[in-house]
Design a protein around this ligand. Structure first.
Ligand code: CTP
Ligand code: CA
Length: 227
């Protein structure tokens, strides 16, 4: 009856997300990256749009169609993703860091294609900035959610990241388990806050994403009403 008059759950909220891998250039034709498909981040963006949020997706290079009604900012490197996130985060209500950001980049990027002359070679890498930790450290910070893809001691590592990066929530998944994580269609998550753990059972990533959006919104509302 009153569907038409009812505001959608996330109406008035601006969600900012990172998704996909980053590419760290070695020279003009080569890079270091990882196997992230971007599916989980795109699924969360779609779920947030469906729930009525304004959504901005900062995306590394992926082979996915961006969800309708969502602003996509394409980036390649971790430094580019960091720059966009820091510029947009102060005005976001919720920040969800789904990207598989390369932890290191080349200390020096060759300006010309490296020729195959030496018999062995060493690439010097330096640490990339931690995007989600830097967003969480902003004085005007959005409600900040991280991911933790782990192959062992999932809860311990996830809780470590939650507190070290000063996140509000962290969604952990065990990528060592069959059929979930990086390149698969399905996922299962445990969402940790400082004092709670909520399970999302194995399902396709779009179903998991809409449950996650609900959990994030509940925690976001609870935090806002307590402050
Ligand atoms: N993350 C980020 N910027 C980075 C590295 C990670 O924003 N430079 C974010 C990821 O998007 C994710 C969370 O931090 O939300 C955890 O990423 P993960 O790779 O699991 O954690 P790291 O701190 O990089 O630790 P490690 O790779 O050693 O497990
Ligand atoms: Ca990492």
């Amino acid at each position: 009856c009153c569907q038409r008059y009812q505001e959608k759950t996330l109406a008035g909220q601006h969600w900012l997300l990172t998704a996909g891998p980053t590419r760290e250039a070695i020279d003009p034709v080569r890079y270091i990256s990882n196997h992230s498909s971007g599916k989980m981040g795109y699924a969360i963006a779609r779920a947030a749009v469906n729930a009525g949020a304004r959504v901005t997706l900062i995306s590394g290079p992926v082979n996915l169609t961006p969800p309708q009604g969502c602003r996509v900012i394409q980036v390649n490197s971790a430094l580019e993703m960091h720059q966009q996130a820091m510029a947009l985060a102060p005005k976001a209500s919720v920040f969800v860091a789904c990207a598989a950001v390369a932890d290191y980049r080349l200390a020096d990027v060759a300006t010309q294609k490296i020729k195959k002359t030496a018999d062995d070679m060493v690439l010097k890498l330096v640490k990339n900035p931690d995007i989600v930790a830097d967003v969480a450290a902003l004085s005007q910070r959005p409600f900040t959610v991280g991911f933790a893809a782990e192959t062992q001691d999932v809860e311990q590592y996830a809780r470590g990241k939650l507190s070290r990066k000063k996140l509000d929530l962290i969604a952990a998944n065990d990528v060592a388990r069959e059929g979930q994580g990086f390149n698969s269609e399905d996922n299962a998550l445990t969402v940790f806050s400082a004092d709670s753990a909520t399970e999302i059972a194995l399902a396709n990533k779009q179903q998991v994403a809409s449950q996650l959006v609900t959990i994030i919104n509940q925690a976001y509302q609870a935090k806002n009403s307590s402050t």
